[in-house]
Design a protein around this ligand. Structure first.
Ligand code: HEM
Length: 534
């Protein structure tokens, strides 16, 4: 019904002439006033000065002045693509999440790849960890799998995240370097904080310089808890397996590409998708028993510096992801997308991994600043592809026009609900223990899995790791830091340590015992995992 004095409907009144559309025939101000000149400011005579009353000048410049939003505090440089995920249907015995459990179920996705430490304008092929963040717009709500291309992390507890990032980001005085590698603060931190060793070895391996996003694995890193339709639970690790296989650059290629084409990876993805050569990955699950101690074959599943070798628990492929559409607007999609580990769907739950627990806080918190207040879920790229009735109101940048009274529950006036029986319910798990700032003793082994990883590499890959350590440590100014990292290398492999030491012109540490800790005994002694999904 017409409600406005001009006889327009309420909707037309509110949204007619939507300034966001920029689709009108004439150039106007943001208020719809048609302009006759946008090339000259209003001046007192042709030689000026410019007049303060020129609203068009001030509006145009003011809006331009505020075009940028803060870049992400980490993972600032990214490129993204849209696509579809199709479930194979074999995951139903593990999870009731419909987008995984129902054979042939199709889900829209948006994936953002990133480097961690460089700024928005940094080069793609630097040695760094890569982000692999996937937004599944499922019928049951949005599920975000916010992973990396490396299966373990530098730290066991999220409280250390500001420390590792401060140590890795560019020096505050000179703003160099852009990459993780090659500076004293990074190597100082990781040589003192040796739980980082496993992740550092992956960084120094060829995994640190992927050839293309389409040849990169992805990992959810943490252990998640899955629940099936019968209420049975298991623990699980998420994996992305690229159909094109895993391929890396060699260091010389990475360096040349960084100079010749700093956009190497984003150009590769955009060009390939435009040409119809889509990026494809399979989603895999490692399923592990939901044991009371949350360990598997001696590996503490709450420790994000540990992985579960595939020889112990096979990665079972449960669906296929195809990235087949480039964003139309980098800012609206790639820059404004907001991932969050708390975006879960029924059948997928979090565990007590202390890194995961801190992440559950951090992403929403940072996005409140980065995206200007609490209404960023309304941005087109962040909107769920399902019905939303969240009772949230008002706030900075609210674009919805809500009707009626502010919602509250319980409410005898206009009801609310109804609640469904298939809503999200946390699996009840016992929580007990003294309030302490401590890790379990099982977190103390910092070296055995780094050694396992290093010794799993082929000889040429081991040479690459050796050269990477030599190159990166060679950039440190402080000899004491190089010497401390050599002591870490001695715990992993004596030859590696000696070769890097020789490359640095330093003596190898003497008589350092090689200790691989109690975790991850020889693979041959370990029985296989729980077997295929049935
Ligand atoms: C951003 C992965 C640990 C805080 C990201 C992004 C990825 C990622 C992929 C980029 C998201 C995007 O494309 O927009 C990971 C992984 C981690 C980890 C795999 C460990 C397993 C942490 C921890 C914290 C943290 C421990 C803090 C306690 C952040 C923040 C952002 C971010 C603040 C920026 C988010 C934004 O501005 O939208 N992380 N991260 N991350 N991460 Fe993490």
């Amino acid at each position: 019904a017409p409600v406005s004095p001009t006889g327009r409907t309420e909707r037309e009144h509110l949204f007619g002439g939507d300034p966001r559309a920029q689709a009108g025939e004439h150039l106007t101000t943001s208020q719809g006033l048609r302009l006759s000149d946008t090339d000259h400011s209003l001046k007192a005579g042709p030689r000026g000065p410019s007049l303060l009353e020129d609203h068009h000048l001030r509006e145009k410049i003011t809006h331009f002045d505020h075009e940028r939003i803060p870049e992400r505090v980490v993972h600032a440089r990214g490129a993204a693509a849209h696509g579809t995920f199709v479930a194979y249907g074999n995951a139903a015995s593990a999870t009731k999440a419909k987008f995984l459990a129902e054979k042939g179920h199709k889900t829209d996705v948006f994936v953002r790849f990133s480097t961690v430490l460089g700024s928005r304008g940094s080069a793609d092929t630097v040695r760094d960890t890569r982000g692999f963040a996937t937004k599944f717009y499922t019928d049951e709500g949005t599920f975000d799998l916010v992973g990396n291309n490396i299966p373990v992390f530098f730290i066991q507890d999220g409280i250390k995240f500001p420390d590792i990032i401060h140590a890795g980001k560019p020096h505050p005085d000179r703003e160099i370097p852009q990459a993780q590698s090659a500076h004293d603060t990074f190597w100082d931190f990781v040589s003192l904080h040796t739980e980082a060793t496993h992740h550092v070895f992956w960084n120094m391996s060829d995994r640190g310089i992927p050839r293309s996003y389409r040849t990169m694995e992805g990992f959810g890193v943490h252990t998640f808890r899955l629940e099936n339709a019968d209420g049975e639970t298991c623990l699980a690790k998420f994996h992305w397996k690229p159909i094109a296989g895993v391929h890396s650059l060699v260091w010389e290629e990475a360096q040349i590409a960084a100079g010749v084409d700093p956009d190497f990876h984003r150009r590769d993805m955009a060009d390939a998708i435009e040409a119809g050569a889509y990026f494809e990955y399979e989603l895999g699950l490692q399923l592990l028993p939901d044991s009371p101690d949350e360990t598997f074959q001696g590996i503490d599943l709450l420790d994000p510096t540990k992985f579960v070798p595939e020889e112990l628990a096979p990665v079972q492929r449960v669906g296929k992801l195809t990235l087949d559409r480039n964003p139309t607007n980098y800012f609206a999609e790639t820059e404004q997308v907001a991932f969050h580990l708390g975006n879960l769907v029924p059948g997928i739950q979090v565990t007590n991994d202390p890194l995961l627990q801190a992440r559950l806080f951090s992403y929403l918190d940072t996005q409140l600043t980065r995206l200007g207040g609490p209404n960023f879920p309304q941005l087109p790229i962040n909107r769920p592809h399902t019905e939303v009735n969240d009772n949230l109101r008002d706030g900075m940048h609210q674009t919805a026009v809500h009707r009626g009274q502010a919602p509250y529950l319980p409410n005898s006036i206009d009801g609310g609900g109804p609640f469904t029986t298939d809503g999200y319910v946390e699996v009840p798990r016992e929580v007990a223990g003294p309030k302490v700032r401590e890790n379990p003793a099982s977190f103390d082994d910092h070296f055995s899995q780094a050694a396992l990883f290093y010794h799993s590499l082929s000889p040429v890959e081991q040479v690459h790791v050796t050269e990477a350590f030599t190159f990166e440590l060679g950039k440190c100014y402080e000899q004491a830091i190089k010497e401390r990292e050599l002591q870490v290398l001695a715990k992993i492999d004596a030859t590696l340590c000696q070769t890097v030491a020789a490359g640095l012109g330093l003596p190898a540490p003497k008589d350092e015992p090689v200790t691989h800790g109690p975790v991850s005994p020889a693979l041959s002694q370990i029985p296989p995992g729980p077997g295929p999904i049935t």
